[in-house]
Design a protein around this ligand. Structure first.
Ligand SMILES: Cc1ncc(COP(=O)(O)O)c(C=O)c1O
Length: 486
């Protein structure tokens, strides 16, 4: 790389790290650095520019996250082929299979609406929601945590029924600091993701009410949660959501109150509403009166882009009715299959959870729990959340820049999280746009897949903006814009 590409101005207000990123990005965009070119080692570039090596490492990591560079373990960092739009992955072991996204097209679902509309295709730009950005995770901390977990003597017992103590302590600390929840390790149950937290809760409720429970779910809402509850013996009843989230009045008007309600109050999934504090209190009041449980799916509350975060429902609960469910799928990776729930002060429910786990045992391998406890202790997860918060805010700005204000296609759901929603007027037009995008290699999730009421599907689609690089996102958004404008 010759001098002119990178000049650091030490008197400029712009931080040196940002200048490094700007200079390298410009160099790549104007072709001074071509696809496949190796960039200097971080040590060499740091010495040449008289900047710290960590500034260069951070700049390279950011550019890899944006899709400009490809970083591979043990090999030189190279300029990515932007035209090819490949997803650079530093470690195939933690790259995420697109088929495992959280749309209705994953898991045991029948052929999805997108497939019915367009036929199966492997998308080149996968904008299905459910994939977080993993490229920027501190791979050194990740590997060190697994090495430490693997180096331990091999225990001869099963993990404790509610999970490894060290991990439970770390999760309780995280929740106290990030979500204002007064809990300690004894309140935490380690689960195999949100899905197992829900199946466990469904079984525990069945024990508590001595029959298969009835659980209210949001409409539209998270399809795999609905299916998980049903597969574990619960029957679900849909309750409409409005712009703020669950319509608590509609829940109150149900002639037969359900045993529980499953809600996403921080960021309604998928529409994006945020349940106001008054509605949260009303929901808890309903639960108290109906002697019901509220299952709070707090899936992406770490990412709030607009407006202050509201207290978790569970933090307002003084009647032992709210179970907070959280997951490492968004803040780290769904590859771990790791989540947790926080048991409220409710002896009956706690006894039911204990009874389930006494027989079923904790399904999360002890070695995984050890490694993630070490990762949390190292601070790498906290740092990753802070870094991805900035990245996602930038991605969100790209979505707004490309799609805001298009006639007949309002954007929503962008106040927090990792996805956006485009609402359309008619299902047929919506299907046509989704089919055209699929034919062009861009996968988005039809809003219709989230319906909990057959025949009441909404036109539009959901865009996940986290699991791709900036360049892939920009290309995908340009295609979406073109499809919406024709
Ligand atoms: C609404 C919602 N809740 C929870 C999760 C996390 O689920 P799990 O922990 O089972 O991967 C997801 C998926 O990423 C989601 O979309």
């Amino acid at each position: 790389m010759d001098g002119p590409i990178l000049v650091i101005d030490r008197d400029a207000a712009r931080p040196i790290g940002a200048q490094l990123v700007d200079g390298l990005r410009r160099g790549i965009l104007r072709g001074a650095l071509r696809p496949g070119d190796a960039v200097p080692s971080t040590r060499a570039l740091a010495a040449e520019l008289a900047v710290s090596r960590s500034a260069v490492v951070t700049a390279y990591e950011q550019l890899a996250g944006e899709g400009y560079l490809e970083m591979r373990q043990g090999a030189a960092t190279r300029v990515a082929d932007l035209a090819r739009g490949a997803t650079p992955s530093p470690d195939p072991a933690i790259s995420v299979d697109p088929a495992s996204s959280d749309t209705a097209s994953s898991g045991t679902a029948p052929r999805s609406r997108a497939e019915e509309v367009a036929g199966p295709a492997s998308p080149r730009i996968d904008l299905l929601p459910g994939r977080p950005a993993t490229l920027r995770f501190d791979t050194r901390a990740w590997r060190a945590a697994w090495r430490t977990a693997a180096a331990r003597d091999i225990p001869s017992e099963s993990p404790p029924p509610f999970g490894v103590q060290r991990l439970r302590e770390q999760i309780a600390d995280h929740l106290r600091i990030a979500r204002g929840i007064e809990c300690d390790a004894a309140d935490i149950v380690v689960t195999a993701g949100t899905s197992e937290a829900l199946s466990l809760s469904s079984s525990a409720l069945a024990v508590a009410v001595a029959r298969p429970p009835v659980i209210a779910v949001e409409h539209p809402g998270y399809p795999s949660a609905r299916r998980t509850l049903e597969l574990h013996g619960a029957s679900t009843v849909p309750v409409r959501v409005d712009a703020d989230g669950l319509d608590v009045g509609a829940l109150r008007r149900m002639p037969q109150p359900p045993d529980a309600a499953m809600v996403t109050p921080s960021h309604q999934y998928p529409l994006g509403g945020r349940l106001p504090v008054a509605a949260r209190l009303e929901l808890l009041q309903w639960a108290r009166e109906a002697e019901a449980i509220v299952l709070e799916d707090d899936y992406d509350s770490e990412y709030r882009h607009l407006g202050p975060p509201l207290p978790a429902l569970a933090s307002l609960d003084d009647a032992g009715r709210a179970v907070l469910v959280g997951s490492f799928s968004k803040v780290l990776t769904p590859w771990l299959r790791l989540g947790y729930l926080v048991m409220p002060e409710n002896h009956e429910l706690r006894a039911a959870y204990a009874r389930m786990r006494a027989d079923d045992r904790c399904p999360v391998p002890g070695v995984v729990q050890d490694a993630v406890a070490t990762l949390l202790e190292s601070g790498a997860v906290r740092r990753h959340i802070a870094a991805t918060r900035r990245d996602y805010a930038h991605r969100r700005a790209l979505v707004l820049e490309a799609l805001d204000g298009l006639p007949g296609a309002p954007l929503s759901g962008l106040d927090g999280g990792l996805h956006a929603v485009v609402r359309l007027r008619e299902l047929a037009a919506s299907d046509a746009v989704i089919a055209r995008l699929a034919a062009e290699g861009v996968a988005v999730a039809p809003l219709a897949e989230y319906s909990a009421v057959p025949g009441d599907e909404e036109p539009g689609f959901v865009i996940g903006y986290a699991g791709v690089t900036d360049t892939q996102l920009a290309e995908g958004l340009a295609r979406i814009r073109a499809a919406l404008l024709t």
